[in-house]
Design a protein around this ligand. Structure first.
Ligand code: NAD
Length: 325
C-alpha cells in the first residue's frame, strides 16, 4: 500500500486483522523508483495526484500484479490505455464520503459570503470596525453546481437544506436530485449563480473550463469554489479576474500546479508564485487539497480500496472497476 498517511494506519490494521491479509504500508508514492517495492506482493493500492510514469505499468505487469486500485475518487493520474495494454484492472473509490467534500465547499463558501477573510485581516490588526463588510444570507442566494454527481449532488442537498436556490449544469440529469436542484445550461448558470461550485472530474471537457471568457460571464458579486481539480481552472485568468473584480472571491482546495508541498512544512521558496499571490488576497481561501480529510472518508477509502484489491487477487469482480477500462 503506497502513499500511506499516518491516520490511515488504524483503519488498515483493522481491515488486515479482520480479513487475515497482510498489508505492507509505505509512505512513498508509486513511481519508477518505488514500483520495485511491489515485487513479491499479490496486489497494490495507492493514492496520488501525479501521473504514473509509463514504466510503472510495465513493471507491475512483469511482477504479476493484476490491478491498479486507487483509494480515491479521481483517477486522472492513470493512463487507461496503458493500464489496458498491461492487463491492469483499474478501480477507484467513487464515493468514500461525498459529504466530506461537500461540507468543506459549503464551509468555505459561507466564509466568503460572510467576508470572514476581510474580518480576519482587520482583527489581526486589532481593527474592530465592520464598515464596508455588509454581507448577505445564504437563503437569498442562487448556487450553481457544475458537475452534479456524488459530490455535486451532496452539495446541492446541503445548500437546498439552507434554503438557497440551486441550479446545476451536468450532461447527466439525475431524477433523484430533482428535489434539490434545477438543471440549466452552462451560460445561464454563470449568469445567475452567486456561488459557482465546481464538482466535475478533470477531463478533456473540463480542462481549463474556467478561463478568462467564463469569468467575464459570471456576476461581479459571485464566488468561485473549486473543490475538484486545479486543472479545471486557468489560475492566471482567475488571478486576473480577482484583481479586476470580475468576481468577488474564490475558495480553492486545489490548484493546477499543486505539488507535494503539503506533505511537510514547505520552505517559502518551494511554494509556487500563484499560491503566494492568491494567499495574499483576503477574498481568497486556500486549503491544501484537504476537503476529503475526515474520519469517515479515511475509513471508507481504505476499506473500499483494499476490498477491491482482495477481490481482483481472488479472481472475483471488484466493486468499483472504472467502466471505460
Ligand atoms: P462523479 O463522477 O460522481 O460526478 C462528476 C459529475 O461531473 C458527473 O455527474 C459528470 O456527468 C459531470 N461532468 C463531467 N464533465 C462535465 C462537464 N464538462 N460539465 C458539467 N458536468 C460534467 O464524481 P464525484 O465523486 O462527484 O467527484 C468529482 C471530482 O471531485 C472528482 O473527479 C475529483 O477530481 C474531485 N475530488 C476532490 C477531492 C478533494 O479532496 N478536494 C476529493 C474527492 C474528489
Amino acid at each position: 500500500m503506497y502513499s500511506v498517511l499516518e491516520p490511515e494506519k488504524k483503519y488498515i490494521n483493522q481491515w488486515s486483522k479482520a480479513k487475515n491479509i497482510e498489508v505492507k504500508c509505505v509512505k512513498e508514492n508509486l513511481n519508477s523508483e518505488t514500483v520495485i517495492m511491489a515485487k513479491g506482493f499479490d496486489g497494490i493500492n495507492f493514492q496520488q495526484i501525479h501521473p504514473l510514469e509509463p514504466i510503472v505499468y510495465q513493471k507491475l505487469h512483469e511482477y504479476g500484479i493484476k490491478q491498479l486500485t486507487a483509494r480515491m475518487v479521481g483517477y486522472d493520474m492513470i493512463d487507461l490505455t496503458l493500464a489496458k495494454k498491461y492487463d491492469l484492472i483499474v478501480t477507484n473509490v467513487p464515493a468514500y464520503s461525498p459529504r466530506a467534500i461537500a461540507e468543506m465547499g459549503l464551509t468555505q463558501a459561507m466564509r466568503l459570503v460572510r467576508k470572514l477573510g476581510y474580518y480576519d485581516q482587520r482583527m489581526d490588526n486589532l481593527d474592530f470596525r465592520w464598515a464596508g463588510l455588509e454581507s448577505t444570507e445564504i437563503y437569498n442566494l442562487t448556487v450553481g453546481v457544475v458537475g452534479a454527481g456524488h459530490i455535486g449532488g451532496a452539495t446541492a442537498q446541503l445548500y437546498s437544506a439552507l434554503g438557497a436556490k440551486v441550479i446545476a449544469n451536468d450532461p447527466i440529469h439525475r431524477v433523484e436530485l430533482a428535489p434539490y436542484l434545477e438543471y440549466t445550461d452552462f451560460n445561464t448558470l454563470l449568469k445567475q449563480a452567486d456561488i459557482v461550485t465546481i464538482h466535475t472530474p478533470l477531463n478533456d471537457s473540463t480542462k481549463n473550463l474556467f478561463n478568462k471568457a467564463v469569468f467575464k460571464k459570471m456576476k461581479s458579486t459571485s464566488y468561485l469554489i473549486n473543490m475538484a481539480r486545479g486543472g479545471i481552472v486557468e489560475t492566471s485568468d482567475l488571478i486576473e479576474a480577482l484583481q479586476t473584480k470580475e468576481i468577488a472571491g474564490a475558495a480553492l482546495d486545489t490548484l493546477a500546479d499543486e505539488g507535494q508541498f503539503f506533505e511537510k512544512k514547505a520552505l517559502p521558496e518551494e511554494i509556487p508564485e500563484d499560491y503566494k499571490i492568491l494567499h495574499a488576497m483576503p477574498n481568497v481561501l486556500l486549503s491544501p487539497h484537504s476537503a476529503f480529510y475526515t474520519d469517515t472518508a479515511m475509513k471508507n477509502m481504505v476499506e473500499m480500496g483494499l476490498n477491491d484489491v482482495a477481490a481482483i487477487v481472488e479472481g472475483k469482480r471488484p466493486q468499483f472497476q472504472v467502466l471505460d477500462n
